[in-house]
Write a protein that binds this ligand. Sequence first.
Ligand code: ZN
Ligand code: ZN
Length: 465
Amino acid sequence: MGKKRTITRRNLLRDSAAAAAGGAALLAQVGTAFGQAPAVVTQRRFKAWISRGDGPGRTRLHEAALRPIAGRQVLVRTEATNLCYSNVPAVLGLPPPTPPTPSALAAPASAGGRRMADMAVIQGHGGVGVVEAVGPEVRRVRVGDRVCVSGTPHCGSCYRCLRGRSDMCQFLSAIGADDLVAIADLADGTPVYQNSHIGGLAEVMVAFEEWVVPIFTQLPAAELGMVCGCTSVAGLGATTAHALMTIEPASSVAVVGCGPLGLSAVQGARIAGASTIIAIDPIRARREAALKVGATHVLDPNVEGDGLVARVRSLTTWPTDRLWAGGRNPGGRRPGSGADFVVEAAGLDQVTPKLERGPDPTGLKPMQQAYQMCALGGHVVTTSIIRGDMVLPGNLFSIGGVTHHGGQAGGCSPMRDIPRFVELLEKGQYDAKALATSIVPLERMLEGYEEVAYRTTITGIMTAG
Ligand SMILES: [Zn+2]
Ligand SMILES: [Zn+2]
């Protein structure tokens, strides 16, 4: 029962004022449906790490002048960005430790016009920051919003987004050299582009709104740069987004490869309620980090060798092998145990690591093992970049009961999932500090990237401003 309220002139006036304020708020919402005022941003100068040419030394710090913001473009002042391992060759220009192996199975590449290496490109793919200006067609964010510029777009209206697979949003199909649009110019008139339309290794990012996710939080920039970065999004996505697989409480999860993506998957498995979480990595410091963030067991693939799959099978043994009593048999021709869910996050060596090397620099073997350690009826999500074509036992692949999910960003829908990941960080369920072991200012970006490249750190975050 509410309090009985006397009708007075004063109360009536106050109520109508509140109603008017509510109406104004509604109109403001409606107003944004028709776009925002055009941004006028010209010649803003900013520092950017720009890559051009081939080989070491291809990435240098420049000052660039911004072009006007238009259409669905969003200008974001960068607060932090993650130094993704996949970008190591583009940033550092180091030769790969093993020669590229052309795939025998890949579709022929279509002939492109211009070559990415000849263009002036800001590397990186996303970060966190604050919106400084928006084009007239932007609806999703406003000036002053804190945002994640996602490595994966989420338009919500393309064929794949409408089918619940925003990790494969079709806006991703247009990030080649010929698709990029210049966002700035160097002093000599050279146009400046951004990797994947988003960049990150600069004081600003200019992204189309499909890549921008508003996040309503006051958390520190470096931690947000970690949780909103492509690797965390993929690791948490594979384990908690439920687009690819749904980890059940009390299940067993194996994570192959414990870089920032794998260690995010370990945390996601813990958050999802897995009771056995086996983290596998050749680097001791990464296994220690895995134990800190939720792994129940850690394994060194160099020690386990070809016995790795059997070892995972033994660690995931069910309390009974009595088949009439809910049991599963751990051996035989059709062994029932193995990890219920596997996240593969090892990948190729972009350069030879300075810490412990893994068993296979191409990343193929860890991926094969990940598939083979999965239980019958289980699920494998692969997330990494490997070199060469996968070979698997044909019958295991065909009728082994393992469901493989090749996902991008772990199956995440960025607009839906990134705010959830920020909430996990906000409430202490996700540990960003344990993963962001090198935090460097913009001027020292290259030092941070070398640590990432040589795997002497778990991952790096560059802060700006
Ligand atoms: Zn990445
Ligand atoms: Zn889409």
